[in-house]
Design a protein around this ligand. Structure first.
Ligand SMILES: C[S@@+](CC[C@H](N)C(=O)[O-])C[C@H]1O[C@@H](n2cnc3c(N)ncnc32)[C@H](O)[C@@H]1O
Length: 213
């Protein structure tokens, strides 16, 4: 088995190459509008006063939609700086309202992103096929998500693809996901995502809460 630092270096090399070589509209996970994430925020009853981190946000347009809705405490994390630069270029001056963090979710210090009321992750956790990496992810989540906060996590569903961006993934049900993250499942549902070239991918969404202590 590879070491933690080897896995981080391999991921960075992979994602730097992806974002260095493709436009944001030309990747399988591209969405013209982040409708499922906005639905999840509604399910969770989250308003614009919430502090939110989009983990592995890449060049997603979620941040644009949240700025439009009045969110002002937004952080976007991604290990690929090129992805963050693409999002910043799209947003123009609006990008200055967002905290951009270039780093690996497995290795970041909590102070880099927290505290937050909402942890959002679309299609990042499923790349963590090693238990150690999932434990590191969970530690960061626990150190940054306030008690009473919610996590919105979307992965490939149990009948979804076995790979994403050419990398192996672990597929999750909503129940197993909430349990793995030590959270209480509020609601889970499935979504069929259509890639820019018209193929279908089954996603599993889970809105889970961190108990207030
Ligand atoms: C499949 S894309 C999803 C992007 C975005 N969440 C969306 O829905 O459009 C996965 C993203 O996670 C980033 N990523 C992958 N592993 C990561 C890690 N360990 N830490 C931080 N970012 C990561 C990649 O650079 C990429 O932007």
């Amino acid at each position: 088995m590879s070491s933690e630092s080897e896995r981080e270096a391999a991921a960075k090399a992979h994602w730097d190459a992806v974002w260095g070589g493709k436009t944001p509209e030309d990747v399988s996970w591209f969405q013209p509008s982040p409708t499922p994430s906005l639905r999840a925020l509604e399910v969770a009853g989250v308003g614009p006063e919430a502090r939110l981190v989009d983990v592995g946000g890449g060049a997603s347009r979620l941040v644009d939609a949240l700025l439009e809705r009045g969110f002002r405490a937004l952080t976007v994390v991604d290990l690929a700086e090129a992805a963050l630069e693409a999002a910043k270029a799209r947003l123009g001056v609006e990008a200055e309202k967002v905290r951009w963090v270039a780093g690996d979710v497995r290795a970041l210090e909590p102070e880099a992103i927290g505290p937050v009321d909402v942890w959002h992750d679309r299609a990042v956790f499923h790349f963590l096929t090693e238990a150690e990496d999932r434990a590191r992810y969970r530690r960061l989540l626990e150190a940054t998500l306030v008690p009473g906060g919610v996590a919105i996590v979307a992965t490939f569903a149990p009948d979804g693809p076995e790979k994403c961006s050419g990398l192996p993934v672990r597929r999750w049900s909503a129940e197993a996901l909430a349990e793995e993250l030590g959270l209480a499942l509020v609601e889970g549902w499935r979504e069929t995502h259509e890639t820019p070239w018209g193929s279908e991918q089954r996603f599993q969404w889970a809105v889970s809460a961190r108990f207030a202590r």
